[in-house]
Write a protein that binds this ligand. Structure first.
Ligand SMILES: *Cc1c(COP(=O)(O)O)cnc(C)c1O
Length: 374
């Protein structure tokens, strides 16, 4: 009997349960430890993970928080950025980058993205700077590090803070240096689908500035350093002990998982080179971590439909830019300044990418794409 509806995927976009099966005994043990230990917030597991992640990113400080959006928001608050200030953000990113700016009362000002890297184009920054500009948020989109050399020198030239949105780039390097320590502070997300993910929500702020770290540490805990002594209007945004324990189990596997992603990216790039798809571009200074493998084609929807009927799950990151969302209808955005960002939502396609994809699954994706042009 013929089944109706779309076929079950033979290649899922990312099979997270397969990842967790790889390390199931370690996760079970972490859960039992936390349960037996009794302390569930601001305890020893958090301190241990913060140290381990700081070391991994090669930075002095790491502060665990509730999620990536809060990490960005707490950085902005700690830097005193708010009402009346402008913050430069990429025209194409996940909306959280913009939301953090809006939530502290400042205004996100979009800068167009580079036509090859899809990250903020340093050549477009000057035109967006005004006397109110206080900071740049550089997003390492899809795990491809932004041009930190150029953005750093622009930030220095204009006296701006440089903040990294590293939510998609745990472990990536720019000019040999891990992301997380290339600006004044960086925000990470441990949403389950990120390269390093918790079993729920989580996030972190990394920085080489101990005072900034201390501010974020207070802000995440009701604005208090000493219990019931509140110096600032803080938030409740802690990374809890259970998630910290799971992350501590996963961190030692991250480089291996990122290496498998790189292997898959290489297989894709090699096999898809002559199909007429625009493949991801890697800057000479960049060591990406392939959070996503994103191709580009003017007839994206046709390619996507062909893959879907072959049982291959794809995704689009993102179908609409933040500036075109209803939530930002009130912002006066000059779209003539964002030609590259404006064209991407209709043309980008994210192929299956994860550390648990098998070689056979990679081959199925490649064959299905080859069949589109036969
Ligand atoms: C996921 C993500 C965030 C937000 O992180 P959450 O933990 O989901 O709040 C911010 N920026 C980018 C680029 C992201 O991909």
């Amino acid at each position: 009997m013929a089944a109706s509806g779309p076929p079950t995927s033979v290649v899922p976009f990312y099979d997270l349960s397969a990842l967790h099966r790889q390390i199931r005994p370690e996760l079970d043990a972490a859960y039992r430890d936390v349960l037996d230990g009794g302390q569930l917030t601001l305890g020893p597991r958090l301190a241990r993970f913060e140290q381990a992640f700081a070391r991994y990113c090669d930075v002095r400080e790491c502060v665990g928080v509730a999620n990536g959006l809060d990490a960005l928001q707490l950085i902005l608050e700690a830097l005193g950025i708010g009402q009346g200030d402008e913050v430069l953000v990429p025209g194409c990113t996940f909306i959280a980058t913009w939301l953090a700016v809006t939530r502290v009362g400042a205004t996100p000002v979009p800068v167009d993205v580079h036509p090859l890297s899809y990250n903020m184009d340093p050549a477009k920054v000057r035109d967006a700077v005004t006397p109110r500009t206080r900071a740049i948020i550089a997003v390492h989109l899809y795990g491809q590090p932004a041009d930190m050399t150029a953005l750093r020198s622009l930030a220095d030239e204009y006296g701006l803070r440089l903040i990294e949105d590293a939510a998609q780039a745990h472990g990536a390097r720019w000019a040999g240096r891990r992301v997380g320590g290339g600006g004044h502070a960086a925000a990470f997300s441990f949403y389950p689908g990120k390269n390093l993910g918790a079993l729920g929500d989580g996030g972190a702020v990394t920085t080489n500035d101990p005072e900034l770290a201390e501010s974020v540490r207070r802000l995440r805990n009701y604005g208090a350093q000493v219990k019931y002594q509140h110096e600032r209007v803080g938030a409740n945004s802690r990374l809890d002990e259970l998630q910290a324990a799971f992350l501590d189990v996963k961190l030692p596997h991250l480089d291996r998982w990122n290496a498998r992603r790189a292997e898959i990216a290489e297989q894709y790039s090699h096999a898809l080179a002559s199909l007429g798809l625009t493949l991801p571009w890697v800057a000479p200074e960049a060591e990406p971590v392939w959070h996503l493998y994103v191709v580009r084609h003017p007839e994206r929807d046709r390619v996507r439909a062909a893959l879907m009927s072959a049982g291959i799950e794809t995704s689009v990151h993102y179908p609409r830019n933040p500036g075109d969302q209803v939530a930002y209808a009130h912002l006066p955005i000059d779209r003539t300044r964002l030609p590259v960002a404006g064209s991407l939502p209709h043309e980008l396609l994210s192929l299956p990418m994860s550390p648990v994809m098998t070689d056979d699954q990679v081959t199925l994706v490649i064959r299905a794409l080859q069949a589109v042009w036969r």
